[in-house]
Design a protein around this ligand. Sequence first.
Ligand SMILES: [Zn+2]
Length: 248
Amino acid sequence: MEWYEKPLRFGGFIMEPEIAKRMNCNVVQISKTEDRLFEKVIEEFHKREIKVICYIGTFWMDEKMAKEHPDWLQKKGVKVKTFEESGRFPCPNSGWRDYTFDYLKDTLKNYEVDGIFFDGPGFYAGSCYCDNCQRRFKKQYGKTIPLKFEDNPDLYRNFIRFRYESINDFIRDAKKEAVSIGSKVPIYMNARGMKGLTKSCGRDVQEMAEYEDIVGAEAFMYYFSKHQTLDRPLWEQSGTATGILNPQ
Ligand SMILES: [Zn+2]
């Protein structure tokens, strides 16, 4: 049995090993810091028998990168905006993908991390109409992506499918890249629970489960204020595919 198949008590972003230990965490999820420090922090966690999952943010590009690689940005169909206007979501079908996989391999080669967590990627609602997506879609379906559902319902349904597939491919290929350099660490990414927003961002927790070592769901936002929907139980909103695919 792998360590991540046993019960886990996660410490999210706890950078202080002694605090994580006092909270009885057996795994933490932390971002990469400046080189030497990250190495040292991992060492300290390991001394306390706490696993370290490296957090890699994959839902947003920084301003410098967006300016250098405007073709990596997602484009909305109805009105194509500049990155200053539309935010900086990277497209998983663009060159950003290779950049991210290189970053992944570099992390795995240089640090003793026990796992990788990707915070994203996902699609904007209605994205993406970038050149890379258009090219890939045309190759698959022989046509350009329709702007609206009403323009061509069948083709638009294919576009929705295409978005799920693009995300599934990302996590599947990330694992392949890791395996190609001999890494066996678990890899997984952010997903929704059983409720809501899967279609709008192109992430389906049940589909992704096929390619992930850990199935997770980010659902803290459903527990409070405007995000909470009272027509569904809370367990469903933050539940993951594990309960359905493997219902013991
Ligand atoms: Zn795209």
